[in-house]
Ligand binder design. Structure first.
Ligand code: NAD
Length: 293
């Protein structure tokens, strides 16, 4: 069994990006710039945003945090999105989710200029991904594809089960894996909360990608010998024995499942660091799409 070390691969990619950006600066070009809009004070969101800003600084991307109180209206937030769309110095931006209940996430994310949409959430990018056209791919699926690629795990002809149908992970992951390209060409089954016979479906999988948010959902009896397991889940589980009072748990019963696998991602240190580094790669992609360079 091999542990897919997302932390290490992400560090390698960060040094590659740092070198690429240093070359751009040596050529007299400006640094790529990423906007991060955050609304309210959700502790998990604040941690994610802080980690993204830190990662940007490490590679030489200029990150600008745009923070609003959760009293902001949908119209006001929409106006900020339009402002960022027309700001030619801003290569890409994200609106950190979740948003407060009175703001419709679809309305906000759909208003982002697709060439600045470094989270890959706009209908344009989602549609382009589905048609196999060049696009900005959602960060977590991009990171998982990269992880599979760096460990030379083939997907061609494999049966891949994706559990979870969110717009940020499950759906774009399934779309990517079924395309006619490298790390694609898979036979994909997308499972969700209404799926019958989940265990039987999983038992026929070569690769299982689980993105649900239920610790321990994927148990050893659902996994066949030699399968590859990608655990996307991150749930804060109370743990008084830790300094923070909680620990992070994935969706996989790691202790029981790992011995059966060919490859498995740990939580933390698997998919999470790959997601952040993919956002940096997407920012560089948006930078190269910015015609004002
Ligand atoms: P979500 O929370 O929007 O939705 C969960 C999905 O799980 C739904 O599609 C639902 O149909 C499915 N589901 C629920 N119960 C199920 C069951 N019993 N069997 C099968 N499917 C079931 O999904 P999300 O936003 O993709 O988040 C999923 C998890 O991944 C969360 O823990 C989140 O924190 C984590 N996450 C991690 C990263 C990362 O970088 N590692 C990135 C994004 C999300």
């Amino acid at each position: 069994m091999t542990i897919l070390n997302g932390k290490q691969i992400a560090a390698e990619i960060r040094s590659e990006l740092k070198a690429q950006i240093a070359t751009l600066l040596n050529q007299g070009k400006r640094a790529p710039k990423l906007g991060i809009v955050i609304v309210g004070h959700n502790p998990a969101s604040e941690t994610y945003v802080a980690n993204k800003i830190k990662a940007c600084a490490e590679v030489g991307i200029e990150a600008v945090k745009i923070a609003y109180e959760d009293t902001i209206s949908e119209q006001e937030l929409l106006a900020e999105v339009h402002k960022l769309n027309s700001d030619t110095s801003m290569d890409g931006f994200i609106v950190q989710l979740p948003l407060p209940k009175h703001i419709d996430e679809q309305t906000i994310t759909s208003a982002i200029d697709y060439q600045k949409d470094v989270d890959g959430l706009t209908p344009e990018n989602v549609g382009r991904a589905a048609k196999g056209l060049p696009c900005i791919v959602s960060a977590t699926p991009r990171g998982i594809r990269e992880l599979l690629s760096r460990y030379d795990i083939t997907t061609d002809g494999k049966h891949i089960v994706v559990i979870g149908r969110s717009n940020i992970v499950g759906k774009p992951m399934a779309t990517l894996l079924m395309q006619k390209h490298e790390r694609g060409n898979a036979t994909v089954t997308l499972c969700h909360s209404h799926t019958a016979h989940l265990k039987q479906i999983c038992l026929s999988a070569d690769i299982i990608i689980v993105a649900v948010g239920h610790p321990g959902l994927l148990t050893a009896d659902m996994v066949s010998e030699g399968a590859t397991i990608i655990d996307v889940g991150i749930t804060r589980v109370e743990d008084p024995s830790t300094e923070r009072g909680y620990r992070l748990a994935g969706d996989v019963d790691y202790e029981q499942v790992a011995p059966k696998c060919a490859y498995i991602t740990p939580v933390p240190g698997g998919v999470g660091p790959m997601t952040i580094v993919s956002l940096l790669q997407n920012t560089l992609q948006a930078y190269s799409l910015n015609s004002t360079l």
